[in-house]
Structure formats: C-alpha cells, structure tokens
Design a protein around this ligand. Structure first.
Ligand code: AMP
Ligand code: GLY
Length: 423
C-alpha cells in the first residue's frame, strides 16, 4: 500500500525509517518531510494544515493510509475532513478526530475527562475574563509554586510555573485579559503543583484495544542541569530506567486502561497514539497531560525499539483489528541527543551546511530540521538532527551518540552533553 506521513521533524523521519522496513509498503510519501525522509520516500511540498491540498496528493498518489505526525492538523480536524469526504472516507487516518484531539487541544477538556473517569491528576479550576477575580481568590487558597496553563495549543509554551503569589496573579491577568498566548489563553486552568519525577508512556489504539510502546523521558530545557528556556526537547532516553514493573502495572491499571475505557464510555472514537505525560509523586503515578500524537524527540527513541512490523500495527489500527496483534520490542535501551541551531529556542539562523553525516556509524541521524539544496544538507529549523543510538543500557547508548556527534558539525551547533544526568 502507499502511505503518507504528515510532518517535517525527527518524529516523521523516524516513522519513515520504520515504515520503509515493512514488506506491506509499496511507496512512501512525506508532506512536507525533510532531507532525511527523502531517503525513504518522496517528499511533497504540501502543508499538513491545508486539507484540500492533502486531499489532492492523497488521490493523485493513491494513498491508503495517512499517519499524522503533529497535533495541529488533528486539532484542526483532518481526520473528520477525511471521514466527511466521499472520496476519502475509506482511507485510514492514524490520529484522532477533532473531538478526541481536545485531550491535547484543551487542558480543561482533558481535566474534565480525567475527573469523570477517576484518572489521577492534579486538582484544578478553570477561569476566563468573566471570573478573573475568582481566579485570584483560588490562587490564594493554593500553596506555591503556582501552575497556570493556557487552555488551548500554545506551541508548548502555555504552561507557567511561578513561585510568587503576586507574579501568579499578574500572569493570570496577562493570559486572560491581555491574551498572552492569544486565543489559547482565553481560558486558563490553574492547578495544584505536583512534585515528582516525570516519564512518558505511549499507546497505539484503535479505541478499543491498544498496544504499549516503550516508555521515554525527554529533556526539555536548553541548558545543562535542566536550566534555561523550554525547547521542543533536547534529547530522550527509552525505556525509562526507574519505570519498574510495579510502576508500569500501576500506570496501566490506574491511567491507561481507564483512559481507553473512558473513551468508550463517552462514545469517543479514537484511532492513533496517546501520549501520557506522567509524574510519579511518591509512588503514585498521576497524569500531567495528554497528547494526541507521538512526542518529538521521544519517537526517535521509541520507534527504533520496536521489533514488530509497525505498518502492520498501523493498518490493524485503521481496521479496528488491533486486538489481533501484539507488539514485540527490542531488549536494548535507546537514547537520542538533539543537535540544535545556535540561539535556539530564541532567534536562530537557518541554511547552515551540515557536515559529517556520512561518517555516522552505528547510530541513526534522524533529521529534525533540514533541507536539501544543491546536494548539500542545510539546517532548516531550531532542532536540526537527533542522533539516536542503542546500548545494553542508556549510558552505553549515550556514549555512542556522543561519539558520533563529534563527527557532525554546522555553524552554531549546540547540544546538551548531560542527557540522562538525573537518572
Ligand atoms: P504540559 O505542557 O502540561 O506538559 O506542562 C509542561 C511541563 O510543566 C510539564 O512537563 C511539567 O514539567 C510541568 N507541569 C505541568 N503541570 C504541572 C503540575 N501540576 N505540577 C508540576 N509540574 C507541572
Ligand atoms: N517532547 C515533548 C513533546 O513532543 O510534546
């Protein structure tokens, strides 16, 4: 079958790398893709948020299955667009419909879902400009630090954690009355601060059955020791070393199963990935957030640890037949280290030539933000290359990534040398 992947990052390169290994694949297309995905398929210069353009390429190239990488097209309703279209409705779309995508697209929706289905999460209340005063009063009842979340999608920047009550009140005003995050912060969820260690879990589900993918932990801050500004993610390890059998069983029983059952009880169809952002408070796992897609850079460590035919699992998801499949995982650990442009996550330049990629040995250089021009691979984003390696444990894997990173260079290249420092 012909498959189309939507997106242009390291996540989509990792999907392409894995799907290209399947005997079930005829031809792979990526829209828009990057210089790395070119090796596995044909890049199409189409914006994943432009559904009419996507429709044209799906029909032109006889696509039977679409994997949606980023959240935005899902929150904008790409799956619903396919279902409503006479020519597209039989094509499998991996990624939930608009209503279910609110698990990521609206913090309030996700909180209400979790409370309805008794899924452990922080206590919260939500506010708009009409009850701003109640928001100030609610903050006064809480202990520092204060957690303020823009309800809508804010490119990963919509969560503020403040130590001072007055700062929290000021930020609440900025978010609600002055639209600090645009329409995304016209509603704000204020929640109890949870103190613990974070990990992420992932499932692929057809809405009834699911398969567990390996756990992962990502490193979001730009600076070593988890200091400085937030990024899309500077590295990741999988599986998470502290995720014991006991903890995973608890997560499955108290979070994953109740989530899948909750979707069914609420009559919410769901075909795609669920990314559970989890925090372990004492010994109890609680949900920090849901995402309706895979993570980036988590995908660059999770997907390479899958032994099974990934396309076969995706096809089964599309047909509601996931209950007939099991997933086999590799016994190793994987890590990835992200090479980023100088200045990122603030202003940075693009178009720098990347040298040394052909020298990478026994690691995979997943392209996160690259483009091909006159046979040269150029930087084309803040996050540029994710260097993934395997090992008996995460430390061995990291050694291998850092060894290969020494062979790669581009002007301004930056990366964290301490991925896994806290494990
Ligand atoms: P989110 O966008 O919801 O994943 O939040 C971004 C980050 O903020 C999370 O990865 C956590 O590190 C932190 N965070 C979010 N909610 C809380 C909370 N209730 N308590 C403590 N930290 C939180
Ligand atoms: N790395 C975090 C995310 O993809 O949301």
């Amino acid at each position: 079958m012909n498959v189309l992947i939507l997106g242009s990052g390291g996540r989509e390169h990792a999907f392409a790398w894995k799907i290209a290994q399947s005997n079930l694949l005829t031809q792979l297309f990526i829209a828009p893709g990057n210089a790395g995905t070119l090796k596995f398929g044909i890049n199409l210069d189409v914006n994943p948020n432009n559904f009419n353009d996507i429709k044209k390429v799906v029909l032109t190239y006889n696509i039977a299955l679409v994997v949606v990488g980023p959240e935005e097209p899902l929150v904008l309703g790409i799956h619903d667009f396919f279902l409503k279209d006479e020519q597209l409705h039989k094509i499998a779309v991996i990624g939930p419909q608009q209503y279910a995508a609110q698990l990521e697209g609206s913090k309030e929706f996700a909180k209400e879902f979790m409370f309805r289905h008794n899924i452990p999460t922080a206590a919260y209340k939500s506010f708009t400009t009409s009850n701003l005063d109640e928001g100030y009063q609610f903050l006064e009842t809480l202990q520092a630090p204060y957690v303020l979340k823009a309800d809508g999608l804010a490119a990963g920047k919509g969560v503020l954690i403040l130590n001072d009550l007055q700062d929290a009140k000021n930020e609440l005003t900025e978010m609600l009355a002055h639209q600090k995050f645009g329409a995304a912060s016209s509603k704000v969820v204020i929640e109890e601060f949870l103190d613990g260690i974070e990990l992420s879990c992932f499932v692929l589900t057809d809405g009834k059955s699911y398969v567990n993918l390996p756990t992962a932990k990502d490193y979001k801050r730009i600076g070593e020791g988890d200091k400085g500004l937030n990024t899309g993610g500077m590295g990741a390890v999988s599986p998470v070393p502290f995720a014991s059998e006991k903890l995973l069983k608890k997560i499955e029983e108290t979070i994953i199963k109740p989530t899948i059952e909750g979707l069914q009880k609420d009559n919410i169809p769901y075909k795609g990935f669920i990314f559970f952002g989890i925090i372990k408070v004492d010994q109890e796992p609680m949900v920090i957030e849901y995402n309706c897609r895979m993570g980036d850079p988590e995908t660059e460590v999770v997907i390479p640890l899958i032994e099974s035919d990934f396309l076969e699992l995706l096809i089964a998801t599309g047909k509601n037949e996931l209950h007939t499949k099991t997933i086999e995982l590799k016994p190793e650990s994987a890590c990835t280290v992200m090479l980023v442009s100088g200045g990122y996550p603030e202003d940075y330049e693009k178009g720098k030539e990347i040298l040394g990629l052909e020298k990478v040995e026994d690691s995979i250089a997943f392209h996160a933000g690259t483009t091909l021009k006159n046979e040269m691979v150029l930087t084309n984003g803040g996050r540029v290359i994710a260097v993934t390696s395997f090992g008996e444990n995460y430390k061995e894997a990291l050694k291998q990534s850092y060894k290969n990173i020494d062979k790669i260079c581009f002007e301004g290249m930056n990366y964290r040398k301490d991925i896994g420092f806290d494990l």
